[in-house]
Write a protein that binds this ligand. Structure first.
Ligand SMILES: NC(=O)c1ccc[n+]([C@@H]2O[C@H](COP(=O)([O-])OP(=O)(O)OC[C@H]3O[C@@H](n4cnc5c(N)ncnc54)[C@H](OP(=O)(O)O)[C@@H]3O)[C@@H](O)[C@H]2O)c1
Length: 256
């Protein structure tokens, strides 16, 4: 069975492990994006013929993002894509209060973590909605964060990062809502899910891991490999009833 994946932010961290695991199955076709092909040596070194690396920055203009997709899709997957994983994200100097954050921090984090995924979805929709694959439902996975909780407020300061992930969750719910009125059955029956990848030891979490005692709140630190393999298992097991729910890498279902 051939399942086609499109994954953003695959250069390092959780995204790199997702690209590595997904492309290990030679039946899969994997499009993995990086901001710079020149810096994507780890991805290139995987040297897998089913792994196609695309230079793609989620803060680029929408038209640039659309153009970057044309050639790879025509060449490697004219039938489109089945599973989209919106993983690219940033968190910089986020261990601060709302009084301490700045307009520039807020703008930068919203641009990458919330507006970026909207543009990725818009640029990919023609490929994602293209053709039914009997092997899988169409899936849209948004890599969110516990920092985006509104109801179960996270007991740490997340300044500009948390609000940008809460916005992402709202965008996810809106996309799921939009699909309910699609004329295409495979889009109407698609599965749109934000997931929390866990507290993962990567460049991004370095500052938070140094600052907070996560274990005090029964929050376990995991490796990118553990996170990615759990996420893939979770994605494979998703069913229609999971559409429009917020799920953790370990399968825990959250309220928003
Ligand atoms: N680590 C955690 O504990 C944790 C917890 C909750 C949620 N998350 C979420 O999980 C996702 C992955 O995080 P991570 O820990 O693996 O982070 P990471 O190691 O910092 O990797 C982030 C990835 O996003 C890419 N990226 C950043 N800005 C981009 C842009 N403008 N356009 C395209 N790609 C861009 C980076 O590309 P470059 O290599 O080119 O910079 C990199 O590949 C993020 O969405 C993050 O918010 C992480």
């Amino acid at each position: 069975m051939t399942i086609t994946y499109f994954l953003t932010g695959a250069n390092r961290g959780i995204g790199f492990e997702l690209a590595k695991h997904l492309s290990a199955d030679s039946n899969n076709i994997v499009f993995a994006t990086t901001r710079s092909l020149a810096n994507a040596t780890a991805l290139q070194d995987l040297n897998r013929s089913n792994l196609h690396i695309i230079e793609y920055d989620v803060t680029s203009p929408l038209e640039t993002m659309k153009k970057a997709l044309v050639e790879p899709f025509e060449k490697y997957s004219p039938n489109g894509v089945d599973v989209i994983i919106l993983n690219a994200g940033i968190s910089k100097d986020a261990v601060r209060s709302i009084l301490q954050t700045t307009e520039a921090d807020l703008q930068e984090h919203y641009a990458v973590n919330a507006i970026g995924p909207v543009k990725v979805y818009q640029s990919l929709f023609p490929y994602w909605s293209k053709k039914v694959n009997p092997e899988t439902a169409k899936k849209l996975i948004l890599v969110s964060s516990g920092a985006g909780f509104v109801h179960n407020y996270y007991p740490f300061p997340t300044s500009h990062y948390g609000p940008s992930k809460a916005a992402l969750n709202h965008i996810s719910r809106h996309i799921a809502f939009d699909h309910t009125s699609s004329e295409l059955d495979h889009i109407k029956n698609s599965i749109v899910v934000p997931i929390n990848p866990g507290i993962v030891v990567t460049n991004m979490s370095e500052e938070a891991v140094k600052t907070f005692d996560f274990e005090k709140f029964s929050l376990q630190l995991i490796t990118p490999e553990e996170s990615a393999s759990s996420i893939i298992k979770l994605i494979n097991g998703l069913e229609q009833k999971d559409n429009d729910t917020f799920i953790s890498y370990d399968g825990t279902r959250y309220s928003w």
